[in-house]
Design a protein around this ligand. Sequence first.
Ligand SMILES: Cc1cc2nc3c(=O)[nH]c(=O)nc-3n(C[C@H](O)[C@H](O)[C@H](O)COP(=O)(O)O)c2cc1C
Length: 169
Amino acid sequence: MAKLVAFYSRAGENYFGGEKRYVKVGNTEKVARMIAEAAGADLFRIEQKEPYAADYATCVEQAKKDFLEQARPEILGNPESMGQYDEIYLGFPSYCGTMPMAVFTFLEKYDWTGKKIYPFVTHEGSGFGRSEKDLGTVCAGAEIGTGLSIVGSKADDAGAEVERWLTIL
Ligand SMILES: Cc1cc2nc3c(=O)[nH]c(=O)nc-3n(C[C@H](O)[C@H](O)[C@H](O)COP(=O)(O)O)c2cc1C
């Protein structure tokens, strides 16, 4: 069974233990790479054509505006052939209690009928929020498996949780 880890993540300024810091690799990307390695899956980054700002406050403004407008920001590229993947690990940060709008853009490009989707989220308190429900709506026909929720600022320590999660899927 071919497996894909598709993820959205943002480098730049973020909160870590109450303090803002610039990072080169986002929290979700760290977890995505752990999953890809442990599961032997391919990796695909869901990337906005016009990325949100590296500055945290500006990014929040932009993301909130897109959420309120239910925008579908343009994304770059597509996995070569989604058809070849049976299992998709879908990773995203919690934005406004759900997935970033660009993840909706990505999901709406494909027919998910018969696929298995295992969602994973990084967040700072809201966990999956509404995202699993939204995922079920946008990926009608897919089987949505047990999800993994990781506190984003602790992504570096998520290895054991990732391993445990993969064994129960
Ligand atoms: C625009 C924006 C909106 C966010 N909204 C939420 C939220 O609703 N709930 C939450 O728990 N964390 C929220 N966060 C925190 C992120 O989900 C968290 O830092 C995540 O790990 C970031 O992942 P990344 O580094 O892969 O982009 C938000 C962060 C940003 C930048």
